[in-house]
Design a protein. Structure first.
Length: 257
């Protein structure tokens, strides 16, 4: 005899499906990156962490066109990660507008993004220099791409693709799903921020702590405004300034090394 399904059974099934989905999404995106970063940090720490040089945008091939193609595939991967989060939310009734990706508002979203970038970027640079002085961070090389015609456009693409993928998955998607699973808003924000810090640990302990702080600020801003665009823009600006600034100025400012 088959008993009829109750509302409680349906809710349990839905929650189980959300947990499985969450694990799978993180396993193919930033959760896997976090595990990799922890192992890379352990490797660097055992070889004198402060003496290590970590390239954020490494040269992927000795051949220029192949290097271009490999970097483009990395950008596509990041865009696809963000698209995966949006698609799964949409399938469960959360449109992009509900997580803050409604029609772009130039004054609010661009202005908010620039403000957030200044709030995080300048203290972040100071925090990095302090972490280097305390020998708790590796030497981060924002770009080791060859000086080619496509270097600057590619660094800009990577910067904003990073912002797109991270803010959608780690803020819009993760916080929405955690709250659906009954995790309190404060606890969800902490978990999101810890994840952000963890997958940056390959750069060192300073980068991990700095990105936890960034996650708390970004998550709070998203909750207050209901807009995700400013976070994407801010993240893109921070990375773009770091990547392009290093590529253009590394030979002139010794403290960048």
């Amino acid at each position: 005899m088959t008993w009829p399904r109750t509302d409680a059974d349906s809710e349990l099934t839905q929650r189980r499906a959300l947990r499985i989905e969450l694990v799978v999404v993180l396993a193919v995106t930033f959760g896997l990156s976090a595990v990799t970063a922890i192992l890379q940090l352990a490797d660097s720490a055992m070889r004198n962490l402060s003496a290590q040089r970590i390239p954020l945008n490494p040269r992927r091939s000795y051949f220029d066109l192949i290097d271009l193609g490999l970097n483009l595939t990395f950008v596509v991967q990041l865009i696809a990660w963000g698209g995966l989060g949006l698609y799964l939310l949409w399938r469960s009734g959360f449109s992009p507008a509900r997580i803050g990706l409604a029609r772009f508002q130039w004054r609010a979203d661009l202005g908010g993004g620039v403000g957030l970038a200044a709030l995080i970027g300048l203290p972040g640079l100071a925090f990095y220099l302090v972490a280097r002085a305390l020998h708790v961070n590796a030497s981060v090389v924002p770009s080791s791409l060859s000086d080619t015609w496509w270097r600057v456009p590619m660094l800009l693409l990577v910067a904003f693709a990073n912002g797109w993928a991270e803010e959608i998955i780690v803020v819009g998607y993760l916080l929405t799903r955690l709250e659906q699973l009954g995790v309190g808003s404060r606890a969800a924000l902490v978990w999101s921020s810890v994840l952000r810090g963890t997958y940056h640990l390959y750069q060192g302990f300073g980068a991990g702590l700095g990105n936890v702080a960034m996650g708390l600020v970004f998550g709070y801003a998203w909750r207050r405004t209901g807009r995700l665009w400013p976070l994407v823009i801010a993240h893109g600006i921070i990375d773009a300034v770091a990547f392009v600034g290093y590529a253009l100025l590394a030979g002139h400012l010794h403290w960048l090394h």
